[in-house]
Design a protein around this ligand. Sequence first.
Ligand code: PMP
Length: 400
Amino acid sequence: TLDTAELVLKDQFPGLAGDWHYLDTAATAQKPQAVIDATVAAMGRDYATVHRGVYARSADMTLAFEAARRRTAQFMNAHEDEIVFTRGATEAINLVAQTWGVENLKAGDRILVSMLEHHSNIVPWQLLQARTGVAIDVCPLDAEGRIDLQAAERILTSAHKLVALAHVSNVLGSVLHVEHAARLAHAVGAKLLIDGCQAAPRLALDMAAFGCDFYAFSAHKLYGPTGIGVLWARKDILDGMPPWQGGGAMIDKVTFEKTTFAPAPQRFEAGTPNIVEAIGMAAAMDWLSGVGLDRAEKHERDLAVLLRSELRKRNDVTLFGPDDSLGIVSFALDGVHPHDLGTILDEEGVAIRAGHHCAQPLMEHLGVPATARASFGLYSDESDIDALLKGIERTRRIFG
Ligand code: PMP
């Protein structure tokens, strides 16, 4: 059983009102009232543009927006000049592929990704491949579903210029040892990009310690708003990257003859930014840090362990992923398609995800078209697991 004193109260989350068991936090997290309040104030009482206004409201908004960048830097133990605000993790990874990748990679070079990557850490590299002729290798998983770093070490050569891996798998919940991956990548002269979407809400981020070169995540999985995310990159790398989208705010001086660009991170933030969302993300970081990332990690581990041990008691459930997975449990109920399970669970007020989870190569590797996935947040508790187990039992009775 869980230490209930440690639980974050569900009543901080208007999205969880009623008798509803939300087990799809890996897709997107519900928002605490503190984050909702911060975005409402930023869009209402405090609203104005940033970086341009000569009036006080805009100057104040600029301060709040840049404070959000500093907050993000603090959240990741990084420097604020290394924080690029993006639309989310997907945009962050595409930005790296289309600026750093196009500038630095050519035919003959290789990229290593893993078997468990989300499509957003596969497809941008394939688009880059079509432009540059770079080759893509796939790192296998160990028997339990962790990225196999011993295999990575065997695969990596001096032709590899980039290793791109998920910190926490969105399907299996398996956790990558980032420092180890960084040592392996750097040993062959490659850069390491980490997709931190599922790690940012569950683990303390430390860019100074991790040793990676790029780190991407989305705010909406971190109890913050949609439409905002982060690309962190080492300052020297960011400074050397050419601009991506052109427009306002990313320039130094524009003439029809020649345009010069602003330094990073502004060089990568063309147009009016997601002001409200950035402030909401900073509020989410305040909220999550207030709860404590150590508590988040423990809570997510405990819930995954509890659900896995309950599911293991059934002889009609296949579990995917390692036992030390973090907050995310994928499984199959014998003879029942995950979509049917998800539909019956919905009738019971239990929301899970059923599908390929934007990880089709991993589904093929697991030999299934789809999995059922229960994923937890800080608001999740044993009652959610009980409701899920009851729903699974009812599904069994219906399907026989
Ligand atoms: N990577 C992982 C591991 C994810 O879980 C997700 C979201 N499901 C993404 C990348 C993409 O994030 P977004 O859609 O917010 O850009």
